[in-house]
Write a protein that binds this ligand. Structure first.
Ligand code: FMN
Length: 211
């Protein structure tokens, strides 16, 4: 079995974290970089990652996470957020970044920039948010795989009340909405879920090969 499959077998949705074991800073930095390196549609990156290390803040979020204690016990709580809307300026900033990073002449970038502005202007706010949300799931998957490779335990979570998180973390004033959680850290020795066998369909039910 390849190393990556072994690591994907090793990972599981951690229900009980060891609250005394903290991630070293280099692991947190790796997760930040991995989030930022996630591919996004057009490369626009309408996502942000909130890294919550503060113990009081993590504890305050438990009641708004259907009492799932992973949120408080994890070393860090990662909150994936989408922008509440996408403006022309987001697109302009993005193309300015390409211009300076790659030294691309403006005449080449201009038509692409204008087309993307038009495409985004045509979307309703709800469509913009759904578009960003699709990409938030890619970031979640990317982070989970990086966690598995780095032997960081994690638990993907949709089970929380986003409006409450947005209030507590002051996300509205940042123009953000919380959409997904990933508590990260180290499993508690007595997390019984660590020893459960993985439940998956047989490969021949999920893979269709057309030769
Ligand atoms: C998008 C998403 C949301 C999830 N939400 C929760 C959650 O709120 N709480 C939880 O304990 N597990 C949650 N899970 C974990 C799944 O139940 C778990 O990944 C699945 O049963 C497969 O088990 P494994 O990850 O241990 O292999 C979620 C998983 C995903 C992908």
């Amino acid at each position: 079995m390849s190393d990556i499959i072994e690591q994907l077998e090793w990972r599981y949705a951690t229900k009980k974290f060891d609250r005394n074991k903290k991630l070293p800073q280099d692991k947190i930095d790796t997760l930040k970089q991995a989030f930022n390196l996630t591919a996004t549609s057009f490369g626009l990156q309408t996502l942000s990652l909130i890294v919550v290390s503060n113990e009081d803040l993590k504890s305050a979020l438990v009641p708004y996470s259907y009492n799932q204690k992973q949120v408080a016990d994890a070393s860090q709580l990662l909150v994936i957020c989408i922008q509440d809307n996408i403006s022309d300026l987001d697109v302009v900033d993005y193309y300015n970044n390409i211009k300076t990073t790659r030294n691309t002449p403006d005449e080449i970038l201009k038509p692409y920039r204008n087309d993307l502005i038009k495409m985004i202007q045509k979307m309703t706010i709800e469509e913009q948010q759904q578009w960003s949300l699709n990409q938030a799931y890619i970031a979640l998957g990317n982070l989970m795989t990086v966690c598995a490779i780095e032997e960081i335990d994690s638990c993907p979570m949709e089970g929380f009340i986003p409006e409450k998180y947005d209030d507590i973390l002051n996300l509205k004033e940042k123009g953000l909405k919380s959409v997904l959680l990933l508590p990260v850290g180290y499993r508690a020795e007595d997390d019984m879920f660590a020893d459960f066998k993985k439940v998956r369909k047989p490969l021949d039910e999920t893979i269709i090969e057309l030769n």
